[in-house]
Design a protein around this ligand. Sequence first.
Ligand code: ADP
Length: 300
Amino acid sequence: MITVAEEENEMTTAESVAAADADSIGADEMSGSKPLGSDFKTVGEVRVTDPRMTCTAVNVYYGDKHAIKDVNLDIAQNEVISMIGPSGCGKSTFLRCLNRMNDTIDICRVTGEIKLDDIDVYDRKLDVVPLRAQVGMVFQKPNPFPKSIYDNIAYGPRIHGLVASRAELDEVVESSLSKAGLWDEVKDRLDQPGTGLSGGQQQRLCIARTIAVEPEVILMDEPCSALDPIATAKVEELIDELRENYTIVIVTHSMQQAARVSQRTAYFHLGNLVEVGDTTEIFTNPRHKLTEDYITGRFG
Ligand code: ADP
């Protein structure tokens, strides 16, 4: 016979499975709403043997809001690393730290250390203009200058004094457009406005513009989110080719894209870098429950 108390405690199988799940994961963590403790340590190897950039104890605040919490991460040479995680978890904020783009936001404060090779990125004496050429950026929405296709590419090398003659500039324009897979499509209309190209071509033009100033690292903030699937496929192919010569850090909301283009993946949650590792491992065998919840679609 079952007593009333026992009866009240009886659960259906489905309820008990859900409760066990909630118990092991933590109800708040399941919903992805619980911040991790201040002693949290990223799961996975944050350091690499051949770093191009080294981030140590990076914190970012917007006023009182603590947007990036004590992040340590190396970016390796010639790798594509993806930053993934739910909206608002800090992916773009972290990306913008890497070339001091956050400097343009008054209430933003960054602490910790970020190095590009031996250069201290946050050295007060450092000129951010050449830094942003070395660590270039491609934005979500293609943003060509209101200039000709030629001048979109030529602008950077001219202001950075990278070329001595018109012939040299012509070469840089051609090689940058070729590396961005756009030369054949635009070589006969270099004097036409960059804004007249299709969305996908505009984004490749912006990538060519970034390449033209000889960067070491290219930061990409959801570069395909405004593109159709065919243009997206072209940009993804391009990212793979560019890896030979550059290091690429890409923020994406598409896990499929992260899986297709990157060798390493970093998963962020409420400002913490929860887990980093080989992309295949992250997607097939995540080590942290929050990573698993996100990639299996439990939240995000
Ligand atoms: P994600 O790229 O993962 O969507 P963001 O880096 O854009 O996340 O944002 C991280 C957190 O910082 C969010 O809570 C967001 O609201 C806040 N944030 C981002 N930019 C600003 C800003 N300019 N001013 C104040 N808060 C900001």
